[in-house]
Design a protein around this ligand. Structure first.
Ligand code: PRX
Length: 595
């Protein structure tokens, strides 16, 4: 196994950079919040981190208290908590006090609708201020927040709302129609709260957000929660079955807080932008709970990806810390260096990336155009916080995910849980004990236990290796889960959506390597009698999947086949489809149906 030994020193040591042909001398970097690694790694205990968290009386806890309420009494009341830039580039600023007022009004209104501790309340909104207030309001009540990605289609919504028995969904005028399509199939859903609703068009069970909060009080105490009570649940995809509800608890705030401090390196004056949608774990943890627990000013951008818009936003708001993803960075790289140089991005001091492998050439490009190394880090919906990172106090090794954080024991193990030798490929596993680890799979103990099938370890489903300096290197998933543009997609979901189309008899779905998106979704499809292959049918199938699941979860490539390889028990062999696609050896095919 090769180690890329060329290192880039931490942000303090970034060289001078070029902009518009002129040499820019980089301002001296700030000392990282975590200034030494080895020593802290050896001695750190999560008990110490509890000192940074405010507990309510009797050892009770509320993550929203830490993210919001405590900022009102520690000098940050009038500090900007949220810079909200809408799709038309209009900027609205909310101080912590304004955010608290908005949150409390909604919290009281939700309570008047009967929301109790433990009830599931889902948030299906674009990145507008109400999304942030809703997440905190639900958490303040002790109800369980269910973030939903705004690009989800009706089937994805139905699966999540049905399984969780959600009581309320908060949405807006632009997204409501997708809920309408499945509303009849959701017997537990009592109310749909709509931001910007047309009051004349409200139907039974629908409530105008604005009307609801109009008369509500802006005083609301946080519910004192046992640290092990649920805070949020997020659905994520595995190889088989429907997406499963990963349950996180209020205790997560310890890990959310510490990683935002150490990995994001947030400081009092930072203006911080996480480009992930709060419908995914990165957005929930690192644009809401973690940064606000540290009192940072957070940017929410509703606009779509466009290189010039993104750079303009950084320049306009003087963003200092920027957390993004490899696909976006690759797209920015494609948009060209001149696009960077047209803007003044001198405010940036720390750049991070997560979600998929970050190519070394992108790190080197970042160094060239931003004068800063891009700090890759690794974690999962299930882990609830960053676990492995290129920390600001460590040299960045381009292509590596970094080193385990203090308090995190990561290892490369074999199927028996025995650590393999340095440099050898194995399963990436973590010793349970970090504060934000998933506590359950919603009503599915069996699935939960699968994560711990190797005794003593939480298994991540990723394959990786560790080098002699203790840096971890991602190799791939151990299962069929697809990672497209940083979004985790289960092949089964796409196959299920495809076979609902009348033309499709059977479908097998794989991730196909793609230089921009990491992987794209490719489907192999057998048609029903009476249907013939055509470009228009392929496009129809793509649209069909997009509408049902989500904009990112449709197969960019569809190949019509006469047969698909199956095991004797009738399971489609995705491994073989992938080998065919990539021209790789097919390995053991002895269980194939036709053998
Ligand atoms: O396969 C790994 C990949 O994304 C998976 C987790 O996906 P999700 O739960 O959607 O969370 C994404 C954001 C935290 C992992 O099992 N992954 C995540 N970060 C990296 C990565 N692959 C390579 N390098 C990373 N830095």
């Amino acid at each position: 196994m090769q180690t890329e030994s060329k290192r880039i020193e931490g942000s303090q040591a970034a060289p001078a950079r070029l902009r518009a042909g002129k040499e820019i001398v980089k301002k001296p970097g700030l000392a990282p919040n975590l200034s030494t690694y080895e020593q802290v790694y050896r001695s750190f205990d999560w008990q110490e981190a509890k000192k940074e968290i405010d507990y309510l009386s009797g050892g009770k806890l509320n993550a929203a208290y830490n993210a919001l309420d405590r900022q009102l009494t520690n000098g940050r009341r009038n500090k900007v908590a949220l810079y909200a830039v809408d799709a038309h580039e209009h900027l609205r600023k909310y101080t912590f006090q304004e955010l608290a007022d908005m949150t409390n009004r909604l919290g009281n209104a939700l309570r008047s609708l009967g929301v109790n501790r433990g009830d599931r309340v889902f948030v299906y909104l674009p990145r507008i201020p109400e999304l942030y207030a809703a997440t905190l309001a639900i958490a303040k009540l002790g109800a369980v927040v269910g973030p939903l990605f705004s690009a989800f289609g009706p089937d994805a919504l139905r699966d999540r709302l049905l399984d969780s028995e959600a009581k309320i969904v908060i949405t807006d005028r632009s997204l409501k129609s997708k809920i309408d399509e499945v509303r009849q199939q959701l017997p537990d859903l009592e109310h749909v709260i709509i931001v910007g609703a047309d009051p004349q068009a409200l139907r039974q069970g629908e409530i105008s957000y604005e009307k609801l909060v109009e008369q509500a009080s802006d005083i609301l105490e946080c519910q004192a929660m046992d640290p092990e009570e649920p805070l949020y649940m997020l659905y994520t995809s595995g190889t088989t079955g429907k997406p499963k509800g990963v349950v996180h608890v209020h205790n997560d705030i310890i890990g959310q807080h510490m990683t935002s401090k150490w990995v994001l390196d947030l400081k009092e004056d930072d203006i911080y932008w996480c480009t992930a949608d709060p419908g995914w774990v990165t957005g929930t943890v690192y644009s809401i709970f973690g940064p606000w627990s540290n009192g940072a000013s957070v940017v929410a951008y509703e606009g779509r990806f466009e290189a010039s818009n993104w750079y303009h936003l950084i320049q306009r708001l003087k963003i200092t810390v920027w957390y993004t993803a490899p696909t976006a960075l690759r797209m920015l790289m494609k948009a060209g260096d001149q696009m960077v140089y047209k803007h003044n991005l001198d405010s940036l001091r720390h750049i991070l990336s997560v979600g998929e492998p970050l190519n070394p050439e992108v790190v080197r490009w970042g160094m060239k155009v931003f004068g800063l190394p891009i700090h890759d880090n690794w974690w999962q919906t299930e882990t609830g916080m960053q676990l492995i990172a290129n920390l600001p106090c460590l040299a960045v090794k381009p292509g590596s995910m970094g080193k385990p954080l203090p308090g995190v024991q990561a290892a490369i193990v074999n199927d028996e849980g025995v650590e393999v030798q340095t440099g050898q490929l194995g399963r990436l596993a973590i010793k349970p004990g970090w504060p934000s680890m998933l506590r359950a799979i919603w009503r599915n103990e069996e699935k939960f236990q699968e994560y711990f099938r190797i005794p003593g370890w939480y298994t991540t489903g990723d394959n990786a290796w560790k080098d002699e300096d203790g840096y971890f290197w991602f190799v791939g998933r151990a299962d069929d889960v697809i990672n497209t543009g940083g979004h985790r997609v289960g092949p089964f979901e796409v196959e299920s959506a495809l076979v609902e189309h009348p033309a499709v008899a059977e479908a097998g779905v794989i991730g196909k390597p793609d230089p921009e998106r990491g992987e794209i979704i490719k489907a192999f499809v057998i048609l029903n009698n009476g249907f013939t292959s055509s470009q228009s049918l392929i496009e129809e199938l793509q649209e069909f999947t997009k509408m049902k699941l989500a904009l990112h979860a449709y197969p960019r490539e569809i190949e019509i086949k006469e047969t698909l390889p199956k095991t004797r028990s009738g399971k489609i062999m995705r491994r073989l489809l992938k080998a065919w696609e990539l021209g790789l050896p097919t390995g053991d095919t002895s269980s194939l149906e036709d053998d």
